[in-house]
Design a protein around this ligand. Structure first.
Ligand code: KG4
Length: 334
C-alpha cells in the first residue's frame, strides 16, 4: 500500500510517501525559517499563509521523489491536531479535498501519535511496551506506549515545553530563532558546570516537568552580569542551561521507565535531535540496563513520514475520517 502523508501543524509544510510501514520513499520538509526568524518566534497568521503557498509544491515533490503519481496512492494521512488551527486547516483540508476528488481513503492523525511512533521510520524497531519522551517546541511529555494505538501520558510540562525554553532563552540572549540548534552549537564550546542553573524535580516520583523557573534563572543571571558590568559568557550560559534541561529530561524519563517496569525508552520531537540529550540519555540508559531508541534527527523534528506511519496503523484498524471531520488544537492524548 502506498501512503501519502501531509503534516502542517506548526511552521513546517511536510509531505512523505511510504510503502506500508516498511519504507519511507520520500520525506520532504519545507521550512518557514525565513518567514518567522525576523520575529524571533512563529507568527500563526504568516504560517498559515505560507502553508497555502507551499502545500501543493511540497506534495508534488514528495510524489516525484518517491517516483509515484497520485493515481497510485492508496491512502492519504494528514495531521488533524494538535497545533496551530490555521496551519492545521491548510494541510488537513487539502488532504480531505484530494482524497474526496480522487476517491482515496483518508485518515486524520494526532501529531503526538506520530512522534510516539516515529521510531518505526528507522531500521531498528523497539518491542512493546516502551516509555517515550516527546520533547518539542510545543510539548514535553512522557508516555507509556503499549502497542501501536495505546498511549498513556505519565507526565507533561506544567508550563513551558523544553523547546520553547530553548527558543526563549536564545531570544533573550539575542541569538536568533529557532533557539535549540543555535544554543546546542554554542554549548559545545562552553562549560556545562559554569553556572548552577536550577533543576525542577517537582514532587518525588512526578513525571511532570517545569522549565519556567530555569528560564527566569537565566534572565536573572543575565541581568546580574549587566548590573555588575561583567561580560556575558554566552557559551557557558548555553552549556549550563542546556545541561539543566537535559539532566531533568533524561533523569525523569529513566525514572518513569523504571517505575513502570519498562525496559525500553524511545525519544522523539525536535529537542530529541539535541546531541547532548542523546548522549546523556544513552549514558543513563546503559547504567540502568535499559534499551534506548533514538530516531534519526530528521524523524525527530516535525515530518510527514511519522504521520504516514501512524496513519497507516490507524487505517489497518479501520479508522478513516468523514468529509466534515475537523482539526483540533489540543491533543486527546494528553
Ligand atoms: O518537533 P519540532 O520540529 O516542532 C514542534 O515543536 O512541534 O520541534 C521544534 C523545537 C524548537 O523549539 C527547536 O528549538 C527545538 O525543537 N530543537 C532543538 C534542537 N533542534 C530543534 N532543541 C535543542 N537542540 C536541538 N538540536
Amino acid at each position: 500500500m502506498l501512503v501519502l502523508a501531509i503534516e502542517s501543524s506548526c511552521d513546517d509544510t511536510a509531505a512523505a510517501v511510504l510503502r506500508d510501514d516498511r519504507s519511507v520513499l520520500s520525506n520532504v520538509i519545507s521550512s518557514q525559517f525565513d518567514v518567522h526568524s525576523p520575529f524571533g518566534g512563529i507568527v500563526p497568521e504568516l504560517a498559515s499563509r505560507r502553508h497555502i503557498e507551499s502545500i501543493w509544491p511540497v506534495v508534488s515533490q514528495a510524489l516525484d521523489r518517491a517516483g509515484v503519481t497520485l493515481d497510485q496512492i492508496d491512502l492519504i494521512a494528514a495531521t488533524r491536531g494538535p497545533g496551530l488551527i490555521g496551519s492545521l486547516l491548510v494541510g488537513f483540508t487539502f488532504a480531505k479535498g484530494l482524497a474526496m476528488v480522487r476517491n482515496i481513503p483518508c485518515v486524520g492523525v494526532d501529531h503526538m501519535s506520530g512522534h510516539l511512533l516515529s521510531v518505526f521510520a528507522g531500521a531498528e524497531h523497539p518491542d512493546f511496551p516502551y516509555a517515550a519522551l516527546v520533547v518539542s517546541g510545543g510539548n514535553t511529555s512522557i508516555y507509556t506506549v503499549t502497542d501501536r494505538s495505546t498511549f498513556q501520558c505519565l507526565g507533561r510540562t506544567r508550563d513551558d515545553a523544553a523547546g520553547e525554553a530553548f527558543d526563549k532563552v536564545a531570544k533573550l540572549l539575542g541569538l536568533g530563532y529557532p533557539g535549540g540548534p543555535i544554543i546546542s552549537r554554542l554549548a559545545e564550546k562552553g562549560d556545562p558546570q559554569a553556572i548552577a542553573f536550577p533543576r525542577a524535580w517537582l514532587d518525588r516520583d512526578s513525571a511532570d516537568f517545569s522549565f519556567s523557573g530555569l528560564k527566569t534563572s537565566v534572565v536573572n543571571h543575565v541581568n546580574q552580569c549587566r548590573r555588575k558590568n561583567e561580560p556575558l559568557n554566552i557559551e557557558d550560559i548555553c552549556a549550563s542551561f542546556q545541561e539543566a534541561v537535559v539532566d531533568v529530561l533524561a533523569e525523569k524519563t529513566v525514572r518513569a521507565a523504571l517505575a513502570h517496569g519498562l525496559k525500553t525508552i524511545v525519544i522523539g520531537g525536535g529537542v530529541a535531535a539535541n546531541r547532548r540529550l542523546r548522549e546523556v540519555m544513552q549514558q543513563r540508559c546503559e547504567k540502568e540496563q535499559l534499551q534506548l531508541f533514538k530516531p534519526e534527527p530528521v524523524f525527530c523534528t516535525d515530518n510527514a513520514a511519522m504521520i504516514g506511519l501512524a496513519g497507516y496503523y490507524q487505517y489497518q484498524r479501520g479508522d478513516t475520517i468523514a468529509p466534515d471531520t475537523d482539526v483540533y488544537s489540543r491533543s486527546p492524548l494528553h
